[in-house]
Every structure is written in C-alpha cells, then in structure tokens.
Design a protein around this ligand. Sequence first.
Ligand SMILES: *[C@@H]1O[C@H](CO)[C@@H](O)[C@H](O)[C@H]1NC(C)=O
Ligand SMILES: *[C@@H]1O[C@H](CO)[C@@H](O)[C@H](O)[C@H]1NC(C)=O
Ligand SMILES: *[C@@H]1O[C@H](CO)[C@@H](O)[C@H](O)[C@H]1NC(C)=O
Length: 404
Amino acid sequence: MAPSALPKAVLAVLATVGALLVGARLAHPAATLPDALLAAVQRLNDHDMSPSSVDAEAGGNGTVTYDDFLAIEDVRAFLKMKGLSTKDYGDHPTLFKYVPREVTMSKTEKLMRGELGEAASAGYVAYAVAYYDGSENTASYLIVQDMEGSLLQVAPLYGEVLRNKGLSHANEGEIYKGIGLKNYNSTHLLVAFGKESALTGPRALFDVDSGAWIELCDGESNDSHDIQMAYKGAALWQADGRTVTKKFSAADGSELAEFQMTDIADPNHVQLVEEDKYAFVSSRQTDGIVRVHVATGDVVYTIGGEYGDFEIFDAAGRKWKKGTSLWVGQHNAEYFGDDEFCLFDNQEASASSTLNAFDVASTDASRSAMAATSPAPALSGGKAAKTSSRSRACLRPDSLSGLS
Ligand SMILES: *[C@@H]1O[C@H](CO)[C@@H](O)[C@H](O)[C@H]1NC(C)=O
Ligand SMILES: *[C@@H]1O[C@H](CO)[C@@H](O)[C@H](O)[C@H]1NC(C)=O
Ligand SMILES: *[C@@H]1O[C@H](CO)[C@@H](O)[C@H](O)[C@H]1NC(C)=O
C-alpha cells in the first residue's frame, strides 16, 4: 500500500440522513490518525423529522478541555493503566500524551440543519482520533459529542479498556485506532480497528449510550480503511487494499463472497449500493472512483484519473479532460446518495489535502444514468461530473485549517 500523504490530523465527516456540517478542532497535541473519520448519528426515533423552515445562524460552538476528559471514568482508568495516578495529572507534558488538551467544535447552523431542519440539532458527531508522539501512538479515542460540543461518550481504544467493555479478543497493552467508522443504526456505530501501527484489526459495534463494544467476526482482523454492513444478512464488506473486496460473516469472520477488480490500484474505500449489486470503489493509485458490477467485477464506469470516462469540471468551471486527474491519490471517496460524492483529495505527494464534495452530472441524462440500476453504457459518451464547493454533507476544506 502506498504511504499515506494525509496531513497530521485528518477528520472527515459522514452524515447519515440529510445534511451536516461540523468541524472539530483539536488543539495540540492533536489527533494524528490517518484516515480518521467522523460519523454522525441521528437519533431518528426520538425526534420529529418533518422538514423545518428554521434557518437560524445562531448556535453554540463548544470547547471541551482535558478537565472534561479527566472527569470520565474510562479515561482515568486508561491513565491508570499507563501509570498515571490523579496526582500526576498536573504534569501536563505527560498528561497531554494521553488526553487531548482541547477540542473545539464549530459549526454553521444552517448547513448543519440542511434538509433535516431542527432535528439535526439532536444528532451526534462521532470521530476517532489518535495521538502520535513522534515515535508511537500513545493514545487513541472514539469520541461522541452532541451538536453543542458536549462530550457524550469517550472510549479509550486501549486493549485493556476495550476488553473490559466487551471486546474480548483485544490484546491488553495495545493501542487500537478507530479507522473505519460508520453508522450502524441509531444507537450503534460500526468500527474497523487498526491495531497498533497496522492498517488491519478487529471489527466491532459501539453502543453510544453505554460505551460497550460488541465484537464482530469472532475477533478476526481485516483491512481497516473501510467497512460496510451487507444489504442482507449478518455480514460486512471490506476492501483488501489491493484488488479484492470481500464479504465476511459478522459472526465468525469467514469469507462469504468477493469481487476482483481490474484497472484498480490501492482500493482503500468501497461503498456497496443498490442492494449490493454495485460498488463504488476508490482506486487511489489511479485517481479514480470506479463503479463496479459486484457479480462480475466488471467496471461500469470510472470517474477521474487515467481510466476516467468523463470530463470533469472543477469549482472554477475549468474542464479536466478524460484521462486527467483533478484529484490525486484520494482517500475515502464516499458516495452519499443523490449523485453526490465526498472525498479527501490528498494530491498524493503534496502536503495540502482538501476535502471535496462533488455532484456527479449536472445534466439530466447522466443523472438518470447514475440512478439506473443496470449498467449505464450511456455514460460512456462522456457526461460531465462537476466539482462543487457546496458541501452538503462534508466538512469544507476551510473548516479543516488548524488541524494539520
Ligand atoms: C461557530 O463557528 C463558526 C465557524 O467558525 C462561525 O461561523 C459561527 O459564527 C460560530 N457561531 C457562534 C455562535 O459563535
Ligand atoms: C442497533 O444494533 C444493536 C446491535 O445489533 C442492537 O443491540 C440495538 O438494539 C440496535 N438499535 C436499534 C435502535 O435498533
Ligand atoms: C482477512 O480475513 C481473511 C479470513 O479470515 C484472512 O485470511 C486474511 O488474512 C484477512 N486479511 C487481513 C489483511 O487481515
């Protein structure tokens, strides 16, 4: 796998239903987890989901500090396992290797509410962060905050704590990173861990209310970049980072199905769509987002990069010819529905990664082709995809400043 060119701290956001725009800023020592994700959990059951006309810009921007983290029992337990007792908490250089000094959440209320309206305020923001002190990861957390920035759940991703909370195969003394992070249902998150410095690890469900873990796949490991539950049955999909995406039994981790992919290199993120008939595969080394027919592994079409089938127009209206790369070495290309993708444009070797949202196709023809449930040869005529600074469900690049 190619080395990641991500900035030191990278937080991307996934929204469940409708729109969410939230940024979390971590003060030094910052999060250093490549490919960390934010996920939003909407409490759909508890709130009226009717559209709201409320369009207020007002709303709190919360900051929590290490004191808030130290008030949490699991955090103190983690510190104790690391040899820090309460009387050591005043030793800030040491403390800040294990606990964030400050997390600031800022949001643009209107964008956060989006099509959900007022109900969006009852959502959560979940993200995984890890601290790298220059030689090793010393701390790693899954953090859930409400939309005002209050801490709702803080899970230290440390072997012993994880074991105590239900992840029975976690190794004591090892740090785990919450690399693949998705919504599972309205109360649980789905996590693909990376163990220590590896980009592979176990998979689990996290109960946001209780902080308990449910181990999946009998504690077996796989690639941690991405994870998705299958459309049917207790199974999940993960890419292997090379050429194959596999379906695993959530019960025992055995392989149930796979699809091979051609003209794809470093497929780090995959979303299965349309009842698992098709997949959007992010092919990092070819700068492409590839629609694959799952049963055959055939490429339906590719957006971007050397195998790209479409002209792409960037936010400035500039045309990128077929076969050229607007984004380079992207991470976490994520299909959000409604012809919209979100991705981290690493620009490969450059230090300036940006998070972009783009709409595929401004024309009716290609829009309907995108929505088609069968392979869409009409698209090979070269319809336009259009990048956009309109971030319906993504962090905007400017809200990421200060994170690196
Ligand atoms: C919250 O932060 C955002 C982004 O920095 C800013 O635009 C907004 O005005 C802030 N809102 C409040 C109430 O401070
Ligand atoms: C979410 O899934 C978990 C694990 O299967 C389950 O225990 C929980 O009840 C589910 N939550 C809802 C609201 O269905
Ligand atoms: C993924 O799971 C399969 C089946 O358990 C296993 O053979 C393979 O080594 C795993 N891959 C990784 C990267 O852990």
